[in-house]
Design a protein around this ligand. Structure first.
Ligand SMILES: CC(C)(COP(=O)(O)OP(=O)(O)OC[C@H]1O[C@@H](n2cnc3c(N)ncnc32)[C@H](O)[C@@H]1OP(=O)(O)O)[C@@H](O)C(=O)NCCC(=O)NCCS
Length: 212
């Protein structure tokens, strides 16, 4: 198994598999239980939306990050669902952006069902997301979230000092992780959405089918 180097990441997150699991992967939780993490399917969407409503409430659609997600698809292979005892208990998605001219990912929202918190589910989802993003060749991840939570995965506000969000953001919650050393060295200016527009992937699949 090869590994990739995560600049700035603490030792426990530095060595990661370079091969993304195409199907379900098992992530250990506290107490010896396991979380099943796999790519989100369309059948997961109602449960994912209920989970996000419960975690963030209706104001989730007013967040500045939402402006970078609205009308876009998540980056390919980077919408993940977490299952415990067969129930969808966690979600995380990553979105393609240009961060001051540098291609990167925006992570969020991350949410864990209240009944399954503090078991390591959030950490397991973050590990799975960062590992997959690395293995898929992405160079940096940006998010807006609580630094005391995300610092354990190597995120820091220092890396976003020369970046701006397209709306209000608390600088101490505006964080980044470099998956490749110095990936954000030249990142300065506005973050803009760069993901595929919703509907475009379906249209191009239909186009290929019609052309075949
Ligand atoms: C934040 C969240 C994803 C963590 O999920 P989780 O599965 O409980 O996370 P883990 O089990 O990996 O880690 C739990 C630890 O993180 C701590 N923690 C949780 N949220 C935290 C926060 N916002 N800031 C600092 N620490 C936090 C817990 O106190 C716990 O500490 P412990 O290990 O000392 O007991 C979950 O609480 C959640 O969905 N919250 C609502 C939505 C949200 O806030 N999303 C993230 C945006 S910042």
């Amino acid at each position: 198994m090869t590994s990739v180097v995560l600049a700035h990441a603490p030792a426990h997150v530095r060595a990661r598999s370079s091969s993304p699991a195409p199907h379900a992967i098992l992530q250990p939780l506290r107490g010896g239980q396991m979380l099943v993490v796999r790519e989100e399917s369309s059948r997961d969407i109602p449960a994912r939306e209920r989970l996000l409503d419960a975690a963030f409430g209706p104001s989730r659609f007013l967040k500045t990050s939402e402006a970078l997600r609205a009308g876009r698809l998540p980056a390919r292979g980077l919408a993940l669902s977490g299952f415990h005892d067969g129930e969808l208990v966690a979600t995380v998605r990553l979105w393609s952006i240009h961060a001051g001219g540098v291609p990167a990912l925006l992570l969020g929202p991350l949410a864990v069902a209240e009944s399954r918190r503090s078991l390591g589910v959030g950490a397991a989802m973050m590990e799975a997301a960062i590992t997959r993003a690395s293995a898929l060749g992405h160079k940096a991840i940006i998010l807006v979230g609580d630094e005391p939570y995300y610092r354990r995965f190597g995120f820091s506000a220092g890396l976003t000092a020369r970046l701006d969000m397209p709306g209000p953001v608390e600088r101490e919650r505006f964080l980044a992780l470099e998956l490749q050393p110095r990936a954000l060295d030249d990142a300065a200016g506005m973050i803009v959405a760069a993901g595929q527009r919703a509907g475009a992937r379906r249209r191009s699949a239909e186009h290929r089918r019609n052309a075949a």
